[in-house]
Design a protein around this ligand. Structure first.
Ligand code: ADP
Length: 161
């Protein structure tokens, strides 16, 4: 059984994330999407909201589940006995940050936890949660970037539309 986790803030999940999730689900027997609760990071949506949005978005992919975690990622890996972490790469700008996290996780887990990078599908290369939030904040159209219920939740939070 090859299990992988896909951790992130998912504030909120976008079509870019969902594309990575779908592709990872074809490579591994099980994929758990883990909503990381980083106290120092201000988020628009609560952990519960982010988990619910993800659960809705992946409900049709049988081997994908959603979980939440609020301390070190490698503690989660240890607890669940997972050794593969998936991350997405959009552009060179992601690379340095992602490489550093991957190497830290590798070192902190005594070499046990490896990171697998999936490169973005070109149509989603420009999509990020922060950009989606910015557009929704000003009432712009985010229907091509996130699922419908999430677009609605974004407009509600921002009192736009
Ligand atoms: P974090 O706050 O941990 O960076 P995010 O929710 O922003 O979490 O992203 C989770 C992962 O998904 C990261 O590896 C990020 O690079 C990747 N990702 C985000 N948007 C896209 C996209 N459009 N295409 C591919 N990967 C993406």
């Amino acid at each position: 059984m090859k299990t992988a986790i896909y951790p992130g803030s998912f504030d909120p999940v976008t079509f870019g994330h969902l594309d990575i999730i779908r592709r990872a689900a074809r490579m591994f027997h099980r994929v758990t999407v883990v909503v990381m609760n980083n106290a120092s990071k201000h988020t628009l949506f609560s952990v519960d909201e982010r988990v619910k949005m993800l659960q809705n978005a992946v409900s049709e992919i049988k081997n994908v589940s959603v979980d939440a975690h609020d301390s070190l990622l490698i503690d989660y890996c240890k607890e669940k006995r997972v050794r593969i972490v998936i991350r997405g790469l959009r552009a060179v700008t992601d690379f340095e940050y992602e490489l550093q996290i991957a190497q830290t996780n590798k070192a902190l887990s005594q070499g046990k936890v490896d990171t697998v990078f999936l490169t973005t599908s070109l149509r989603y290369a420009y999509v990020s949660s922060s950009m989606v939030k910015e557009v929704a904040h000003f009432g712009g159209d985010v229907s091509k970037l996130v699922p419908e219920d999430i677009a609605h939740a974004l407009y509600l939070k921002n009192n736009t539309r």
